[in-house]
Design a protein around this ligand. Structure first.
Ligand SMILES: Nc1ncnc2c1ncn2[C@@H]1O[C@H](COP(=O)(O)OP(=O)(O)O)[C@@H](O)[C@H]1O
Ligand SMILES: [Mg+2]
Length: 280
C-alpha cells in the first residue's frame, strides 16, 4: 500500500506542465508534488501515476516515492489564485503525491549523457506503458544528484480510456522516434531481455492493488474495483512479452560509442546541434 499523509500547507503551483500540480507540505514533514483528483484530466491520471510509477520502481527505474495525500480544501482558503482555489476545492479527499526532488533540473539531452543500457530500459518501459509524454519537447525527466529520474506518468495506458477496445489498443506498436532518449542508441533488446520476464501477473496484480478504491469505483462496465484492477493486469501482461518487437526508433543523431553517463559540462558536445534540439 502507498503511505497516506495529510497535506498541511499548499506551497505553490507548478505551471510547467498542463495539469497544474502543486507543491505541498504534509504532516510527515515531507514535501510533495501533488496531483489533484479535481484536475480537468480526471482521476485516471492519478491511477496511471500509481500503476506506471510503481511498476517503474519495481523494475529498478528511478521514480520518486509515491504517497496518497489527504486534502482538506480549507488549506486553500487563503490562496489568492482563483484557479488554484477552485482546484483545491474540487479535490477534497485522497490525492496523489510524488516526493519532491529539491534542486533537480529538467533533463536536457544536450547537457546530460545517458548510456545505451539505461536509455534502452526507459524506452522499453515507456513502450510498455504506452507513454506519450517523454518526447524531446517535453521529456518529463529530472536530473537529481547526477542521476536521471522519471516523473509524470499521467498520459499513459491509452487503453484505460476505452476498456471495450483495451486488448486491441494494448497490442499496438510504440513510436519512440520522438522519445527524448532516442538519440542515445537505446539498447531495447537488452532491456526487454532483463525486464520483460519480471513483469509477471503477480507483480501487476500487486501494483494494481495499490490504487485506492475510490479512484476505481463507478467505472462504466465494471461492477467492482477488483474487476477493474484485473483489467489493468490483463492489458499490460501480454504487452510486456512482445512490445520490444514493435518499437520504432528514429536513426540515432549521435555518432560514436556511448560516453560515460552524466553531465557533459566539461566535455565536448558529442553530436552536432540540430534545429530540432533548440526547442525547450
Ligand atoms: N518529484 C518532482 N520533483 C521536482 N520537480 C518536479 C517533480 N515532479 C514534477 N516536478 C516539476 O513540475 C513540473 C510538472 O510536473 P508534471 O508531473 O510533469 O505535471 P504535468 O502533468 O503538469 O506535466 C515538471 O515538469 C517538473 O519541473
Ligand atoms: Mg509533465
Amino acid at each position: 500500500m502507498l503511505t497516506e499523509v495529510t497535506a498541511t500547507r499548499y506551497v505553490t503551483p507548478l505551471r510547467e506542465g498542463g495539469s497544474l500540480p502543486g507543491i505541498v507540505e504534509a504532516d510527515d514533514l515531507g514535501t510533495y508534488v501533488m496531483k489533484f483528483t479535481g484536475a480537468g484530466q480526471g482521476r485516471k491520471t492519478l491511477v496511471a501515476e500509481v500503476v506506471c510509477g510503481q511498476l517503474g520502481r519495481r523494475l529498478g527505474l528511478r521514480v520518486p516515492d509515491l504517497v496518497t495525500i489527504q486534502l482538506d480544501p480549507v488549506i486553500g482558503l487563503s490562496e489568492p489564485d482563483q484557479e488554484v482555489q477552485e482546484l483545491l476545492k474540487a479535490s477534497g479527499g485522497l490525492n496523489l503525491g510524488m516526493d519532491f526532488l529539491p534542486g533537480s533540473l529538467g533533463f536536457d539531452p544536450l547537457a546530460y549523457e545517458v548510456d545505451a543500457a539505461e536509455a534502452g530500459k526507459v524506452v522499453w518501459f515507456d513502450a510498455l506503458i504506452n507513454n506519450v509524454d517523454r518526447s524531446w519537447r517535453n521529456p518529463n525527466m529530472l536530473v537529481w544528484h547526477g542521476d536521471l529520474w522519471l516523473i509524470d506518468h499521467g498520459a499513459t495506458m491509452i487503453w484505460h480510456h476505452n476498456w471495450p477496445g483495451a486488448a486491441a489498443s494494448a497490442a499496438k506498436p510504440y513510436d519512440a522516434s520522438d522519445h527524448a532518449l532516442a538519440r542515445f542508441g537505446p539498447d531495447v533488446a537488452a532491456a526487454a531481455a532483463e525486464l520483460a520476464p519480471r513483469v509477471t501477473e503477480d507483480l501487476l496484480a500487486e501494483i494494481a492493488a495499490e490504487v485506492p478504491d475510490e479512484w476505481l469505483v463507478d467505472e462504466p462496465g465494471f461492477d467492482s474495483a477488483a474487476a477493474l484492477r484485473r483489467s489493468y493486469v490483463e492489458a499490460m501482461l501480454p504487452r510486456a512479452a512482445t512490445i520490444h518487437e514493435r518499437i520504432t526508433l528514429g536513426a540515432p543523431t549521435r555518432s560514436g560509442p556511448s560516453r560515460a553517463p552524466g553531465w557533459l559540462t566539461d566535455r565536448p558536445t558529442p553530436w552536432p546541434h540540430s534545429t530540432k534540439d533548440t526547442a525547450q
